[in-house]
Design a protein around this ligand. Structure first.
Ligand code: 13P
Length: 249
């Protein structure tokens, strides 16, 4: 049995003050919840207050991005070592918004994944097709390519902590959700690709999350799929009550 991972991706929302307010409300509501792992990924400036608020709780804190170099002249970037120095444990890598608006490529995803793993972070690697690709019947090809290139040159031993998130781009922020069956089919493709790269044992244990308009009222149907090992939640994770309902699907 793979323990499910429920992850909040706040994107570019909330100040430190709003972050503290979120945790004040959220933590007591999920305090006794140990069926699933819970991670919250706020913007970089909120990470210190988030880590402090969640210390000693059952909620882990993740970043939304990480650079592939250890340090250097990379204005505006944040390194894996900086994240682990403040006890951040997870990092989202290759989110479609980063691919779409910030020129993230399969190659940078691969480099970021390698660095994150080297630093002991738990990477959440995002893959997913855009609408035109789905309509052209290219979903499987896209997922295979994204996974193959992301996993390139990384050993199963090193990749042990990694999770993958399937986020069909057409379902993000649109209110359109992949059906549980569509998500399960995509997850099977991703798991096969992981098997090719890392072997069957690794692939069997790999957690593959679904993301894209996950809401309190569709979470339980999605999480009921055996292939779906958790959720990556955008909009509905900003409100502590909504996110709690998703965590407790
Ligand atoms: P929404 O839940 O707002 O559709 O966002 C999904 C997402 O991109 C999470 O990373």
């Amino acid at each position: 049995m793979r323990k499910k991972l429920i992850v909040a991706n706040w994107k570019m929302y909330k100040t430190p003050e709003q972050t503290t307010a979120f945790f004040d409300e959220f933590l007591p509501m999920v305090a006794s919840h140990d069926r699933d792992e819970i991670v919250v990924c706020p913007p970089f400036v909120d990470l210190p207050v988030a880590v402090e608020a969640a210390e000693g709780s059952n909620v882990a804190i993740g970043a939304q991005n990480v650079h592939w170099e250890k340090e250097g002249a990379f204005t505006g970037e944040i390194s894996a070592g900086m994240l682990t120095a403040i006890a951040v444990t997870h990092a989202i890598i290759g989110h479609s918004e980063r691919r779409q608006y910030f020129n993230e490529t399969d190659d940078t995803v691969n480099r970021k994944l390698e660095t994150a793993l080297e630093h002991g972070l738990t990477p959440i690697v995002c893959v997913g097709e855009v609408l035109e690709e789905r309509e052209a019947g290219l979903t499987e090809d896209v997922l295979r390519r994204q996974c193959m290139r992301a996993f390139n040159g990384i050993s199963a031993k090193k990749a042990a902590k990694m999770a993958v998130a399937y986020e069909p781009v057409w379902a993000i922020g649109t209110g359109k959700t992949a059906t549980p069956q569509m998500a399960a089919d995509a997850h099977t493709v991703i798991r096969l690709e992981a098997e090719k790269a890392f072997g069957k044992e690794f692939a069997d244990g790999l957690r593959i999350l679904y993301g894209g308009s996950v809401k309190p009222d569709n979470a339980s149907a999605l999480m009921a799929e055996e292939e779906i090992d958790g959720a990556l939640v955008g909009g509905a994770s900003l409100d502590p009550k909504n996110f709690t309902r998703i965590v407790k699907y």
